[in-house]
Design a protein around this ligand. Structure first.
Ligand code: HEM
Length: 481
């Protein structure tokens, strides 16, 4: 077990003088290499060149590293930097032209309908459904921890967190737990989709005809499989309404019944399936990645786990958690926020430039892709004190708050800021509180996760952790933390 200060692993950097083959291989394996090729110490605009078929004409892409310029792109002039078509190309088969990839008036209407489904009051309403999913996961952990070999047999928390967050989404959107059969079909299909969607997205930058690749057929089939599973609860809900029965007041209810205040229209059934598929993807994959990395971090810092446990004991005692408790679990929330800083589930967001302009010393042209990388900004040597170190307490210091104000962006910012942020923070706080209350997690000896960015930032070799029942005596267990 590692003593703090704990400096967790970063992706392997692109070799300084990488040749074109190495760059292509890195790019296809993980887009993070694009950013690791750049510097963490300057506030400029990085340039990346991608040769395009058929004549190998170079296409330029840019990474903005200055917090003020990032605000220009994402907040002040967001209409001039719409969501990049790259995302639409990568995800279209799965989520259609839904809110995550749409632009202009289509996006505005979608956002007006979706925002109320995820607003604070709704997040409060779904608290108990989240708590039920947490309980399901705790039972799976308890069954594992009760095995005689649990001190040496790890749980792959990457997979387990995916199961948990998908279950949360199912229960909160549809008021149904995820069935074992649904989970099996979705996870297998999503693995295939994610693998191909990312590599194909990178290849599309070179104008490679990816639709002809066998993987493109497999990705399409996988997307159909996921949409079929998600179509089931929507059809059951429509049948229930048809029979005149009262539907549960969940997220699906809000999406089906909230008219756009501007046009008065609701989502039609096809749009509904696109939006639900998008919420399923955006809502479970990101939270799963963030939680798996946070578990890895606390597994390596037992004294932080002890403090989290003391906080839960002081706030909850032995009663069940309630909605009002969430804001009092400050250390737990800051630990998750620190996990999102070191391993942002969405490591970069992409926008398209709509006109020629000069950004710092770079000439950006209409159609060029402009990246903002939470990964890079949140580990920037100039903007953060000890940027690579795991330290949940940093958010309580003036310096940490100042760094966060200018360079903390796991949920992006501006009009396209993640509308699920409050949902995700509540889900993670509740999960981590219940976990440390009942279990102790420790790292798997000899295993170091290898961060890799595909659609989200995951570990290419999993995150196996040892999970055992709580036994460590608490320091000053009876006193408030
Ligand atoms: C830790 C968990 C999460 C993280 C780190 C995260 C991060 C992000 C980021 C960075 C974006 C913006 C992408 C861009 O600007 O290109 C985004 C968008 C979005 N997220 Fe999340 N997200 C999380 C959880 C959720 C959850 C739980 C939901 C829903 C239940 C959700 C729904 C959405 C939606 C609908 C959008 C699209 C918003 C738009 O384009 O207008 N997210 N998320």
């Amino acid at each position: 077990m590692t003593d703090c200060p704990f400096i967790p692993p970063k992706p392997k950097p692109l070799p300084h003088k990488a040749n074109i083959y190495q760059r292509l291989r890195y790019g296809l394996r993980s887009g993070l290499s694009l950013f690791l090729g750049g510097s963490y110490t300057d506030l400029g605009v990085g340039r990346h060149k991608v040769p395009q078929l058929p004549d190998f004409r170079v296409r330029e892409m840019f990474t903005v590293r200055d917090p003020d310029l990032i605000r220009e792109v994402l907040v002040k002039r967001s209409e001039e930097f719409p969501k990049s078509g790259l995302m639409d190309e990568m995800l279209h088969e799965l989520i259609g032209y839904s809110i995550f990839v749409s632009n202009g008036e289509v996006w505005k209407r979608q956002r007006r309908i979706i925002d109320p489904a995820l607003e604070g009051a709704r997040v409060k309403e779904v608290f108990q459904r989240m708590a039920d999913a947490v309980e399901g996961c705790m039972e799976r952990f308890a069954a594992h921890a009760a095995r005689p070999d649990s001190a040496t047999a790890p749980i792959d928390v990457d997979i387990e967190m995916t199961h948990f967050t998908a279950d949360v989404i199912f229960r909160t959107i549809f008021s149904e737990p995820m069935t074992a059969e649904g989970a099996r079909r979705i996870f297998a299909a999503f693995e295939i989709f994610q693998h191909h969607a990312y590599a194909h997205g990178m290849l599309r930058l070179t104008r490679f005809p990816v639709n002809l690749l066998p993987g493109a057929f497999r990705a399409r089939k996988a997307a159909r499989e996921i949409r079929d599973v998600l179509r089931g609860p929507i059809q059951r809900r429509l049948a229930l309404i048809e029979r005149g029965e009262e539907p549960p007041r969940d997220i699906l209810y809000s999406l089906m019944t909230t008219p756009d205040p501007a046009s008065g229209t609701c989502f039609d059934p096809d749009e509904l399936l696109d939006q639900v598929s998008m919420l399923f993807l955006a809502g479970h994959e990101t939270s799963a990645a963030g939680l798996a990395w946070t578990l890895y971090l606390i597994a390596n810092c037992p004294h932080i786990q002890d403090r989290m446990r003391a906080e839960v004991d002081a706030v909850l005692g032995d009663r069940a958690a309630e909605f009002g408790d969430m804001k009092r679990l400050e250390l737990i929330r800051d630990t998750f926020r620190e996990g999102l800083r070191l391993y942002p589930p969405v490591p970069f967001v992409s926008r398209d430039a709509t006109r020629d302009e000069k950004m710092k010393n770079r000439n950006v042209h209409e159609g060029d892709v402009v990246f903002v990388a939470p990964w890079l900004m949140q580990r920037h040597q100039v903007l953060w004190d000890r940027p690579d170190e795991f330290d949940p307490d940093r958010f309580g210091t003036e310096a940490g708050r100042e760094s966060a104000r200018c360079a903390y962006m796991p949920f992006s910012m501006g009009p396209r800021v993640c509308p699920g942020a409050a949902f995700a923070l509540q889900e993670a706080t509740l999960f981590l509180a219940e976990l440390v209350r009942r279990f102790e997690v420790s790292p798997m000896p000899g295993h170091t996760p290898d961060p890799i960015a595909r659609l989200t930032l995951r570990s290419s070799n999993g995150v196996p952790l040892i999970v055992q029942p709580r036994k460590r005596p608490l320091p000053q267990a009876s006193e408030p933390p």
